[in-house]
Ligand binder design. Structure first.
Ligand code: C2E
Ligand code: CA
Ligand code: CA
Ligand code: CA
Length: 277
């Protein structure tokens, strides 16, 4: 078991042999999956809350393993974070997503592209220059790229995150604070975070029309965001009444199964053609 790390050994002590072996298999297969093109990106549309027009997409990674089947990102991303492979995954994701964005732009679809980063990516000294180079090579505007960082990743090392996010923002790239409301950032900290967008966590959105307490949280978060000049995104919109409520509350952008699930690129193109006004 050479090459395993602290996180895995801790997991071993907590979980069953079977779970441990699966984790080990996943970790060992990951480097090959990157080079063998077993990874794929699916894209979920983001819509303007008022008009319902598509403004962009979020890239979400998928892994089809020849033996293990579909491995969900919730399972392998945390493992890749423990092993450090996440840096290579992110590198691949950025290149694939920007290639796709460029292609769509040529097809007449000008879409904001959102990419997810992990906490470890924020420690990567080369991230900013790598991204600006990738954008430049494809003649893509940095303003059209949004990087999503979870609130908890930012809070894990606030100083490091502030530094890196400020650098990214200086280059024109947009920053979204993902899963907002689950990571204990205080209002005072939020004020000093270099972010452009708050992405309300799905747990507040999914049952919005049924839960008074969720409505109170969402309403006050939206008015706070407005006062701080932040754009707002609600994800996990699964039913029409939630859309109506979010519209009344003045949310800017929406995402969710009610509109569209994450789709492979060709499927997304079909969907775009069908929904075009
Ligand atoms: P996330 O960034 O919060 O992404 C949103 C997740 O919610 C996605 O799950 C999406 O498919 C799902 N979702 C979207 N709309 C709805 C809805 O209306 N209802 C419900 N129930 N779910 C909805 P997915 O694709 O399985 O990704 C899970 C997580 O894995 C992501 O959460 C993100 O943290 C991570 N992830 C995915 N792709 C990447 C990536 O390329 N890089 C990194 N670092 N993390 C990624
Ligand atoms: Ca996200
Ligand atoms: Ca999220
Ligand atoms: Ca999440």
């Amino acid at each position: 078991l050479a090459g395993t790390n602290k996180g895995l050994v801790e997991d071993y002590q907590q979980g069953s042999d079977e779970e441990y072996l699966r984790r080990l298999q996943i970790l060992q297969a990951l480097p090959e999956a990157i080079s063998a093109r077993h990874l794929q990106l699916h894209y979920q549309p983001k819509l303007d809350c008022r008009s319902g027009t598509v403004v962009g997409v979020e890239a979400l990674i998928r892994w089809h393993h020849p033996q293990l089947g579909i491995i969900r990102p919730d399972e392998f991303i945390p493992l890749a974070e423990q092993s450090g492979d996440i840096l290579r995954v992110t590198e691949w994701v950025c290149e694939a997503a920007l290639d796709q964005q460029q292609y769509w732009l040529e097809q007449g679809h000008a879409l904001q592209m959102a990419i997810n980063l992990s906490a470890l990516d924020l420690q990567n000294e080369a991230l900013v220059s790598h991204l600006t180079q990738q954008l430049h090579q494809r003649r893509l505007s940095p303003q059209r790229l949004t990087l999503e960082v979870t609130e908890s990743a930012v809070m894990a090392d606030l100083e490091q995150a502030q530094l890196r996010l400020a650098q990214l923002r200086e280059s024109g790239i947009q920053i979204a604070l993902d899963d907002y409301g689950t990571g204990y950032a205080s209002l005072a900290q939020l004020k000093y975070l270099p972010v452009d967008e708050l992405k309300l966590d799905q747990s507040f959105i999914r049952r919005l029309q049924h839960e008074e307490s969720d409505r109170v949280i969402v309403q006050s978060t939206l008015s706070l965001a407005r006062q701080l000049n932040l754009k707002t995104v609600a994800e996990g919109v699964e039913e029409e009444p939630a859309w109506q409520l979010l519209q009344q509350m003045g949310c800017d952008t929406l995402q969710g199964y009610y509109f569209c699930r994450p789709l492979a690129p060709a499927k997304l193109e079909q969907w775009l053609q069908q929904t075009a006004p």
